[in-house]
Write a protein of this length. Structure first.
Length: 390
């Protein structure tokens, strides 16, 4: 089946081609993918002039429900023009006795006027049932394009029995998760940190960490201002507020931001002490301490777990300073406010809403070797343990 999308002048822009079959025959799947690529440029399957650029990387997606697989497929299609890839969408159901594998192939092609070559993403959707669903390593490896980085996007909960996710990490350069989707995100973060230690060659990415990108950028901008950098060397306290209620409480993003802030400003998060799950004391330079208060506020205009404000109070040589980054009445605008030397400044910034495709693209842009989140996750460990205390 082929579907073509044209723009306003009638020229083809995008093309989706599919094929379905049963049984995992790698050679047959490769042959059918080749046919789809030839069809995308109107070439006979035995002809010459094959002119497609494909596969800069491998993306392996793990889901346990059809809706998860469909979401992954839509996201991968959105990425096709930026990251032509070999995508394996695994929909696994281990709750049947008989092993069965059904394959569906697709070529998502972006046809550009500016280039003679089209850009395609090859997608292989595999519905794996029965015992085979618990041993996906042997299913995945033969279908990967050799010598290209492998990104595994795990869309489910981090399981208590993590042999499968660990097995997939052993074939991957980077594991991507979304801690915001976990029922118990703090516990899942600790398990993920343990997995990172067990499989150090596989770096970790988290879409929840990527949602903090602009908050981190705005604070870095303030650190680049000489006078504010001087104040930030003498922080007394930090208050981080995030959206949540007693029934819906997700402090993960706030804890990650505090761990990142501690690393950037030279505090020892490993020596954290706490007074309950919301208040922490961290050790700073020269025996100084920093008190941190992380708590939820009821703000229904943003998703649960979103940071609402960060307020940093400083005191150096008897002089105080304040830096705050906060959402305004419009939840998608941020205000950066500084107070020091009897001067007050305010600047406004637009906070773009980022869908799953945009967040996943940030992970691919970071590269398979980027270990920033691994380091933050390790630094966040003592904070997570303190936050889970009751």
């Amino acid at each position: 089946m082929a579907t073509t999308v044209s723009d306003s002048d009638g020229l083809p822009r995008d093309l989706a081609l599919t094929w379905s079959g049963q049984a995992l025959d790698v050679a047959h799947i490769e042959a059918e993918l080749a046919k789809l690529r030839y069809m995308a440029v109107g070439e006979p399957t035995s002809g010459e002039g094959f002119a497609l650029r494909t596969s800069l990387l491998n993306i392996v997606t793990y889901a346990e429900r059809e809706e998860g697989g469909l979401l992954a497929s839509r996201v991968i299609e959105d990425l096709a023009s930026h990251y032509p890839s070999r995508a394996l969408v695994m929909i696994a159901n281990a709750n049947t006795q008989e092993s069965r594998i059904e394959a569906q192939l697709a070529a998502h092609c972006h046809i550009s006027r500016a280039e003679e070559q089209s850009v395609c993403c090859e997608e292989v959707t595999l519905r794996v049932q029965g015992p085979a669903a618990a041993h996906l390593h042997s299913v995945v490896v033969p279908l990967l394009v050799p010598d290209l980085p492998v990104y595994t996007w795990w869309t489910e909960e981090i399981p208590d029995d993590f042999h499968l996710i660990r097995e997939l990490m052993q074939t991957s350069d980077r594991l991507i998760v979304d801690m915001d989707k976990m029922r118990d995100e703090l516990t899942s973060m600790l398990v993920l940190s343990h997995l990172a230690e067990l499989e150090p060659h596989c770096t970790i990415g988290d879409l929840n960490w990527d949602r903090l990108d602009m908050w981190r950028d705005l604070l870095e901008q303030q650190r680049n201002i000489t006078e504010m950098r001087h104040h930030l060397a003498s922080v007394e306290s930090v208050e981080i507020r995030y959206a949540g209620t007693l029934d819906a409480n997700k402090p993960g993003r706030a804890i990650l931001f505090l761990a990142w802030l501690a690393r950037r400003l030279g505090w020892d998060a490993g020596s954290v002490s706490s007074e309950g799950p919301k208040r922490f004391t961290l050790r700073a330079a020269e025996g100084a301490t920093v008190s941190a208060y992380v708590h939820s506020v009821d703000l229904s205009t943003v998703e649960v777990g979103s940071i609402v404000s960060v307020k940093i109070s400083c005191r150096s040589e008897g002089k105080g300073a304040l830096l705050s980054i906060s959402r305004t009445g419009d939840p998608y605008h941020l205000t950066v406010r500084t107070e020091h030397n009897d001067e007050v400044t305010e600047e406004g910034y637009r906070l773009d809403q980022q869908d799953t495709a945009a967040l996943l693209m940030m992970e691919l842009d970071a590269g398979a070797r980027d270990k920033e989140y691994n380091n933050i996750l390790r630094a966040a460990g003592p904070l997570i343990q303190a936050a889970r205390a009751r």
